[in-house]
Design a protein around this ligand. Structure first.
Ligand code: BES
Ligand code: MN
Ligand code: ZN
Length: 508
């Protein structure tokens, strides 16, 4: 289901909708009152809105919700009061969460047209709140239901409508509409990343992931080049080939490119690299049944790069950006790569395989090397569901970040703070690299249980050369079983907003 979001300003008296939503902020212990400027609306409800708040039962906490039905025969069917907590604590993340709850309400079968009436006052300034509310609404309404037959499917075809109604006049509605449009473009790209991540592995494998990339690239004007096995062989991409060799679905290296013009290149070249394991069984170092359950999401890094590249193209950011996606399926079979195999990566460095379940760093080794050699980027970010250790350390609350350039990591952390996607730094020491050295090859692909995020990072560092680089481990944040106002469980699309924001910050 998609939501069409529109914006209006200058008074709520005339609103046409079946469902009204009014956010109510709390000011200390005093009983809540209907925000100013809503008198005309209250009269259309026969005074029931102010009546409902008068006894003081409604505490306006962030989970509080109160439905008030309109007078019989009136055009306003219901009004939903949503608590937003303390008035002076309304920040971007509170606005986004509120948007998420509004999105859920908008998606309800009976909701009809929905109008969110935004009262004047601190925290709800239009420039600041409209893009965040829109983001939240789209994220909150998202569902992955394309495989549900019957009733649900019919409903998902309908287009819900949400109007953001600012009670007070806003300085420039044109400007506001442009900001809203950009927020919608970025957030819809995040939803497409969720779709990719959620797609089952019998439908999404390297070849079909490449097809999706081509289709998306054509629709937004990106360049797209896909390397199939013969080219991977010719180029000596031995790592991604080894990981993919046990599957009936051969691997692909996918390159998306935005702004490949001399003028854009002058502003710089950035590379985004994504782990695209379309299913991670562990290979011959087989995972347990429960450990395998969420492994269709093991291409979430690729999904993030896909979404970010789409958003960057739609915003037409004035800089050259390359997206590299390393797509493979990690399966056990008679042709699968084995523990003890020694493979040669695209960089020429050799790796002793000690665990076929440490496959992500292998496909990334070839992808990072390719991005570095072919595009000489000024900065490179990789995004990957790389280690169970990142999930254990940070859960769904933070993405682990490390790299070879502290300033670059700071830039990404700042972008994540702006978009509500927390990145937490982890160490990358020379000692970690030592744990990844093999007796019989240049590297081994796993360094034991200790410091899993950092040892994986040390391995990746060996394939980026001198390029300023940051690795983001989204094993915890890229997928979640937990339902929140902003997601329904499954792939989250984490990083799409953050990377887009970071690339934008690089254009200045
Ligand atoms: N895709 C997994 C990491 C993962 C685990 C992501 C759980 C999300 C949830 C990765 O390929 C993997 O299997 N990593 C191993 C590496 C180990 C063998 C060195 C891990 O973390 O256990
Ligand atoms: Mn694995
Ligand atoms: Zn994996």
């Amino acid at each position: 289901m998609t939501i069409r979001i529109q914006i209006a300003a200058g008074g709520a008296g005339e609103v046409r909708a079946e469902t009204l939503i009014i956010p109510i902020a709390r000011r200390g212990e005093t009983p809540q009152r209907l925000p100013q400027g809503l008198g005309a609306l209250d009269r259309r409800f026969g005074g029931r809105l102010s009546d409902a708040l008068a006894p003081g039962d409604f505490a306006a906490g962030r989970e509080d919700r109160l439905v008030i039905y309109g007078p019989k025969g009136g055009d306003l069917v219901r009004c939903i009061l949503l608590g937003v907590g303390e008035a002076d604590k309304i920040d971007d993340s509170v606005l986004r969460l509120l948007g998420g709850r509004v999105g859920r309400e908008t998606g309800q079968e009976n909701a009809g047209r929905v109008a969110l009436v935004i009262p004047p006052g601190a925290g709800f300034g239009a420039e600041r709140s409209a893009p965040r509310l829109a983001e939240g609404a789209l994220l909150g309404a998202y569902q992955f239901d394309r495989y549900k037959t019957g009733r649900k499917q019919k409903k998902s075809k309908t287009r819900a409508s949400l109007q953001l109604v600012y009670v007070r006049k806003v300085p420039s509605i044109t400007r506001l509409r442009a900001d809203l449009r950009e927020a919608v473009q970025v957030t819809e790209s995040q939803l497409l990343a969720r779709d990719l991540s959620n797609e089952p592995p019998n439908s999404l494998y390297p070849e079909t992931l490449a097809r999706e990339c081509r289709r998306m690239a054509r629709s937004v004007g990106l360049r797209c080049r896909v390397m199939a096995v013969p080219e991977l062989e010719r180029r000596g991409f031995g790592a991604i080939l080894a990981v993919g060799q046990g599957s009936v679905h051969p691997p692909r290296m996918i390159v998306l490119e935005h702004g490949a013009t001399p003028k854009r290149k002058k502003a710089g070249t950035l590379a985004l690299v994504g782990k695209g394991i379309t299913f991670d069984s562990g290979g011959l170092s087989l995972k347990t049944a429960s450990g395998m359950l969420e492994m269709k999401h093991d291409m979430s890094g690729a999904a993030t790069v896909f979404g970010a590249m789409r958003a960057i193209a739609l915003l037409d950011l004035p800089i050259h950006v390359v997206g590299v996606i390393a797509a493979a399926e990690n399966m056990p079979s008679g042709t699968a790569y084995r523990p003890s195999d020694i493979i040669e990566t695209a960089s020429g460095q050799t790796v002793e395989i000690v665990n076929t379940d440490a496959e992500g760093r292998l496909v990334l080794a070839d992808a990072l090397h390719h991005a570095t050699e072919s595009f000489a980027p000024d900065a490179m970010i990789d995004v990957a569901t790389l280690t169970g250790a990142a999930m254990m350390a940070f859960g769904r609350w933070a993405t682990a970040g490390l790299g070879n350039d502290d300033d670059l990591l700071d830039e990404l952390r700042a972008a994540g703070e702006r978009t509500g996607e927390t990145i937490w730094p982890m160490p990358l020491l020379d000692a970690h690299e030592k744990a990844m050295r093999s007796k019989v090859a240049d590297w081994k692909n796993a360094g034991g249980r200790d410091a899993g995020i950092s040892t994986a990072g040390a391995f990746l560092r060996g394939f980026v050369g001198e390029t300023p680089w940051v690795h983001l481990d989204i094993a915890g944040t890229g997928m979640t079983a937990t339902r929140t106002p902003l997601h329904c469980g499954g792939g989250t699309g984490v990083g799409v907003r953050m990377l887009t924001d970071w690339v934008r910050s690089r254009c200045a």
